[in-house]
Design a protein around this ligand. Structure first.
Ligand code: ADP
Ligand code: ASP
Ligand code: MG
Length: 412
């Protein structure tokens, strides 16, 4: 029988009524003859609440316990979805990550999927189960402890199941009807894209467009999973939503496909560190070990053998970064005059594969920001993206200005 993966995000399973609505969609696919794997998120707001409790109890928490706690939201929705389907006479069963089992690395809080053995679910499908409802976001480590895949990780669970079970399609049901040129909550003129290339979606996701978790796009690209984003609230036909696909399958495209942003960034500067071989390793090694996700890095030109090193990281990792640097200083492996944290910055990026062949995108971006009086603090570029760090209070303004400057409301 053909198989389908359907993933429902937090707002799509926020209460029993919404779960019933999602279950009806699943029922439609079962009636068409599919065996369905449903991946569910926790009810919206639940994971944030659980994370809040963890941080309340233990600010620099043990990641194993973090996972034990924050994975629990998905257990509830998986069971409720299975019960709802049973009420509709659809043979369904819930599965937690460890029961499948979804095997991951032991990187608690951001574990990677290693393997999904299909035997257990296959056996149940062979016995007549029509729907396996799997708790998203969670897996099991080699030590047998519960792991989670990082925020937004249910998307990755969904794509990984689609690859492992050779599903015809992986449909991601969410609270918007597809992938837009930017977050429609920030820019009214954002336009829904019918298709977007894997590479562009990968960049948009990793630069903050949380509609899909980055790793899910990576997996879809690697395994050729047909990945679609669509609304769980609107009636949708088979061609609705946004198809994430290979570059060759895109007919029209703009030089810039979209604008992404990360609101809660911090810019940290180590003032006056020795400019010597190994200094970067001595700084970024301990930061990485402390679990700080360093993003942009800028080293100033040095004066009299000393330099300043600036890096950005998520705001909620500033305390960890400060501790890692203070420890490194105390151990004598680095020496610096001061560590200055600017916790009021945001990152805004433009993304597009058209940049490979079009010059002038950076100049246009900087001009648009200048016209709004937005000061740029740090810049990074790659082949298909340009990112800037700016004051957080200008973030919305910058997103809108760039959306206008690149005329993203119009088709290319
Ligand atoms: P879910 O709970 O279904 O996983 P998320 O909140 O994780 O949903 O992702 C959907 C949200 O992503 C949308 O509500 C929207 O605000 C946001 N978003 C950010 N960038 C984009 C974009 N480019 N296109 C569509 N949605 C986006
Ligand atoms: N519930 C988890 C989160 O909020 C996973 C997900 O929804 O994808 O991050
Ligand atoms: Mg999500």
């Amino acid at each position: 029988m053909p198989r389908l993966v359907m993933k429902f995000g937090g707002t799509s399973v926020a209460n029993p009524d919404r779960i019933r609505r999602a279950a009806k969609r699943v029922g439609v696919e079962v009636a068409k003859g599919y065996e369905v794997i449903v991946i569910v998120s926790a009810m919206s707001g639940k994971t944030n609440e659980l994370v809040g409790w963890v941080e309340d109890v233990s600010p620099l928490y043990d990641a194993r316990e973090y996972d034990a706690i924050v994975s629990s939201g998905e257990n509830v929705t998986a069971g409720l979805m299975a019960l709802t389907l049973q009420q509709m006479d659809v043979p369904a069963r819930s599965w937690q990550g460890w029961q499948v089992p979804l095997l991951t690395t032991d990187a608690h809080g951001s574990a990677r999927i290693e393997e999904i053995p299909t035997a257990n679910l296959d056996a149940k499908f062979a016995e007549g189960m029509k729907v396996a409802v799997v708790a998203g976001f969670q897996g099991i480590s080699p030590e047998g402890r519960i792991t989670t895949l990082g925020r937004g990780g249910s998307d990755t669970t969904a794509v990984a199941f689609a690859a492992a079970f050779e599903a015809e399609r992986c449909d991601i049901y969410t609270d918007v009807d597809g992938v837009y040129t930017t977050d429609p909550r920030i820019e009214d003129k954002a336009r829904k894209l019918d298709r977007i290339a894997f590479e562009e979606m990968l960049e948009l996701a990793s630069l903050g467009a949380k509609v899909l978790q980055t790793r899910s796009v990576e997996l879809a690209m690697r395994y050729g999973v047909k990945l679609r984003v669509l609304s769980s609230f609107e009636e949708m036909d088979d061609n609705a939503g946004t198809l994430v696909c290979a570059e060759e399958d895109i007919v029209e495209s703009n030089v810039v496909a979209g604008v992404a942003f990360v609101r809660d960034e911090a810019k940290m500067t180590l003032i006056s560190v020795a400019d010597r071989p190994g200094i970067a390793a001595a700084i970024f090694g301990p930061l990485s070990e402390a679990g700080v996700n360093v993003d942009m890095i800028v080293q100033n030109i040095s004066e009299e053998g000393r330099t300043d090193m600036t890096f950005s990281c998520p705001v909620n990792e500033v305390a960890r970064a400060e501790k890692a640097m203070a420890d490194a200083k105390a151990s004598g492996s680095i020496n610096y005059h001061d560590l200055v944290a600017d916790t009021d910055v945001a990152k805004v990026s433009v993304v597009g594969i058209g940049m490979r062949s079009h010059a002038g995108v950076a100049a246009k971006m900087f001009t648009a920001l200048q016209a709004e009086g937005v000061n740029i603090k740090v810049i990074t570029t790659s082949e298909i993206k340009i990112s800037v760090l700016i004051d957080r209070k200008y973030m919305e303004l910058a997103v809108q200005a760039l959306h206008d400057a690149f005329e993203l409301d119009k088709v290319g």
